[in-house]
Design a binder for this molecule. Structure first.
Ligand SMILES: [Zn+2]
Ligand SMILES: [Zn+2]
Length: 511
């Protein structure tokens, strides 16, 4: 146990896979989802979990394949509330998601829109799965053999599922859905199966037909049979699943594992892992899963470096719930990451800690990347309209963009300011005699001498002593003169960031 605690969870799982699945030329790790609504950051947890485990396998010299299945041949069950054109979408309920139109008007279908939203964000995080589009597989009749096999085993599957049901499934139940050739929905019933490749179906719309599912890709296995089928076909060794799939009684992962064991004897069902939810913090009324307003990977990448997104997930065990912050804690997350990075490059990070850093990196660099803390950057981006004035380093500039986004979209008001071009008269009127006197003194000092941050900080207190002004009143006066607010960023570092000439010029207005 003590040994285990030293190891990172992804390494432990990788080792368990190798041990339990035996020697293989390739280990298959899988994830997947039905693109029925926005693919959010909670769904991303499954993807990064598989990525981290695949990476741990590769680092052990193993060949790992990471497949991601888009279940886009599932029926469109429910219109999420965050989608435009609700009425239009209602008309497609019961049809394959892939045949539902893109209500944003930019992709071939609703499914493709949601798929690309994620697929386009993933490369930034260094994650490159092999995507499998289930609608292509089904429509091309690729699963015909599997469907026939499962239809002939339907009673064994029914036995597994009935264990968890109050009412057993009807005797004429079939573990498939058929999309009607006339109305395109799956409001159909299978009335006959010949034990081979032929079924007869009837639709609510009145249409009925007999088809050979080797030739017509309109048959889809029901979810609880589809999952084990795909795992078997792709020879999956490891696939995590969200907590909701483990609900008792008879969560879909529980029945998938049991069904797999009943159907297939040549392999054991894949190793699984239950992962918990991700909460989002600090976006006010913006997020509600019932409203479908959820945070995507893309919105996280607007304010977090990809390495830090990885750091958040790699640093938390999958079975633990955690929050991604958009409020002030963003600064703390950056600080935690920077501290770990520093320890890593100083050879002061060990064991699990060291692994968390390695797994957070998309590519480990020999040299420590140049960093400016996010807190300081939020100040710099508000001083300089042109971000390039901040630094020439591309890592710093990348972070500066994120700092600017955070200020624009999420930062609390006390973080925001606008540096005066010229101190306005109405602000000067608000300053009392002692404030004016102390600021004049500060101006003179700034014109005369170079300061380090600490020296300047000490100087403030010298000035206060000399003028006999309360420290708080002095700072208030300085902030009013510079940004017209009573509070602001730490004054010494702020003045140095503005440039002491520019600060002196602003203070010069005060008479
Ligand atoms: Zn689109
Ligand atoms: Zn029909």
């Amino acid at each position: 146990m003590a040994d285990n605690e030293k190891q990172h969870w992804a390494d432990l799982i990788a080792e368990q896979i190798i041990k339990e699945r035996g020697k293989k030329t390739k280990y298959v790790c899988a994830a997947g989802i039905t693109p029925s609504g926005t693919v959010h950051i909670g769904n991303f947890r499954e993807i990064i979990t598989v990525d981290l485990v695949s990476r741990a396998l590769k680092e052990r010299g193993k060949n790992a394949r990471f497949i991601y299945s888009w279940d886009d041949y599932d029926r469109f069950r429910k219109v999420p509330k965050n989608m435009p054109k609700q009425e239009l979408l209602q008309k497609y309920l019961g049809m394959p998601i892939v045949d539902t139109p893109d209500v944003f008007g930019c992709h071939k279908s609703y499914a493709e829109h949601l798929e690309k939203e994620l697929e386009d964000s993933l490369p930034a995080t260094g994650i490159k799965p092999e995507f499998i589009y289930q609608h292509k597989m089904y429509r091309a009749c690729k699963y015909a053999e599997e469907i026939k096999y499962i239809l002939n085993k339907k009673n064994e599957i029914k036995k597994v599922l009935d264990k968890y049901r109050k009412e057993p499934l009807p005797e004429d139940w079939f573990p498939i859905g058929v999309y009607c050739e006339k109305c395109k929905t799956d409001n159909t019933n299978v009335v006959e199966f010949d034990g081979n490749y032929n079924i007869k179906y009837e639709c609510k719309c009145g249409y009925s037909n007999e088809i050979d599912f080797r030739k017509k890709g309109i048959v889809k296995l029901s979810w609880r049979a589809d999952w084990p089928m795909r795992q078997h076909r792709e020879k999956v060794d490891f696939e995590p699943a969200g907590k909701e799939h483990y609900q008792q009684p008879g969560g879909s992962r529980i029945t998938a594992n049991e069904t797999y064991s009943v159907l297939y004897k040549d392999m054991k069902h894949p190793l699984d892992l239950k992962y918990d939810f991700v909460i989002v913090k600090g976006i006010g009324g913006k997020m509600s899963s019932s409203l479908g307003n959820v945070i995507t990977l893309k919105s996280c990448l607007e304010i977090y470096e990809p390495e830090i997104v990885r750091f958040l997930f790699a640093g938390t065990r999958p079975n633990t719930e955690f929050a991604i912050s958009f409020d002030l804690d963003v600064i703390k997350v950056y600080e935690d990451f920077d501290r770990l990075e520093k320890r890593y490059y100083n050879n002061e990070a060990y064991g699990k800690d060291k692994r968390i850093y390695e797994l957070s990196c998309i590519k480990l660099t020999k040299k420590q990347p140049k960093r400016i803390g996010l807190r300081h950057l939020t100040m710099l981006v508000q001083i300089h309209k042109d971000i390039k004035k901040i630094s020439k380093n591309k890592d710093v500039l990348k972070r500066a963009e994120l700092a600017r986004k955070w200020i624009e979209k999420y930062a609390p008001d006390e973080f925001k300011f606008k540096l005066h071009d010229k101190t306005p008269q109405e602000v000067i009127k608000r300053l009392d005699k002692k404030q004016k006197e102390s600021l004049k003194l500060l101006k003179e000092k700034l014109e005369k001498k170079k300061f380090s941050e600490q020296e300047l900080f000490n100087e403030f207190y010298e000035i206060c002593k000399k003028v006999e002004i309360n420290n708080a009143e002095f700072f208030k006066g300085a902030y009013l003169a510079l940004i017209g607010k009573e509070k602001g960023p730490r004054l010494a570092s702020f003045i140095l960031a503005i440039g002491k000439e520019k600060a002196a010029k602003l203070l010069n207005e005060i008479r």
